[in-house]
Design a protein around this ligand. Structure first.
Ligand SMILES: CC(C)(COP(=O)(O)OP(=O)(O)OC[C@H]1O[C@@H](n2cnc3c(N)ncnc32)[C@H](O)[C@@H]1OP(=O)(O)O)[C@@H](O)C(=O)NCCC(=O)NCCS
Length: 229
């Protein structure tokens, strides 16, 4: 059984399924670098060909996002990371709409984003598995075949959205805010606040200075995880 270094020592139920990880493939040195070059350099532009503006160093691990883009615009900043070992993200961008994802944003498994007009996600955003972000509810409450008006969603820099949350139309999430797991966010979120619940309510305010200090430290989790495609 091949186990990637970052899960060694962890309690695993059954056989882990490991996606393309050069370390687990038994490669090292030049061969690993060559594989990374091929996977990152050639695969990414191919699987992200529905993207109009592709920043440098965008990465895809595991499943490439499924992109439904018929006449909209998708822009991905530098080093955006689609990390989907289990389930692909889905990006649905309608004609004339803009989906913009800022530098160094991280999107995990099974993220669903629907842009009918504007969804903007800031730099260094952390989007956890199962998060849904949409600027339209897609069905009018009475006439289910009609569309309600779109309302842009803006998620500022350094926001963390935890597992399985839904960010609804018209929501503006301020810089550095945290959305707790399984939240339904229907109204604006103040910068550096933590909101949780359905509907989401503010549960605490963060210490902005502590946040800024933490950004100066090297990120331990980066060192612990493999650099994979
Ligand atoms: C955002 C989060 C970290 C906040 O944690 P916290 O600030 O330590 O919050 P606390 O545990 O002190 O809870 C404060 C209050 O909010 C409530 N609360 C916390 N998280 C909640 C949530 N996700 N949904 C509903 N209520 C929540 C608590 O019940 C508590 O209520 P009380 O004061 O009435 O007892 C946590 O909510 C969370 O989502 N954890 C999961 C993170 C995750 O998904 N990680 C993996 C993917 S990136």
């Amino acid at each position: 059984m091949l186990t990637p270094s970052w899960v060694q020592g962890a309690e695993l139920a059954g056989e882990p399924r490991v996606y393309l990880d050069p370390r687990t493939a038994g490669l090292s040195g030049l061969a690993r670098k060559a594989l990374l070059f091929v996977v990152n350099g050639l695969r990414v532009p191919f699987v992200l060909r529905g993207v109009q503006r592709l920043g440098r160093g965008v990465r895809v691990r595991g499943h490439a996002p499924i992109i439904q883009n018929v006449g909209g615009t998708i822009e991905l900043g530098a080093h955006v990371f689609f990390d989907a070992p289990l389930t692909a993200a889905y990006l649905d961008v309608e004609p004339g709409a803009l989906l913009s994802i800022g530098d160094d944003a991280y999107l995990h498994d099974n993220v669903w984003i629907g842009a009918t007009r504007l969804v903007k996600i800031g730099e260094r955003a952390l989007i956890a598995p199962g998060v849904r972000i949409m600027d339209n509810a897609y069905h009018d409450l009475h006439d289910r075949h009609a569309r309600p008006p779109s309302r842009p969603v803006v998620i500022e820099d350094d926001v963390w959205i935890a597992f399985d949350s839904l960010i609804g139309p018209g929501v503006h999430i301020g810089r550095g805010a945290v959305v707790g797991a399984h939240s339904i966010v229907t109204s604006d979120v103040r910068p550096f606040s933590v909101v949780a619940g359905a509907p989401a309510r503010e549960i605490r305010q963060l210490d902005r200075a502590a946040f800024e200090r933490s950004r100066l430290r090297p990120r331990a989790q980066d060192a612990a995880r493999p650099s994979v495609a």
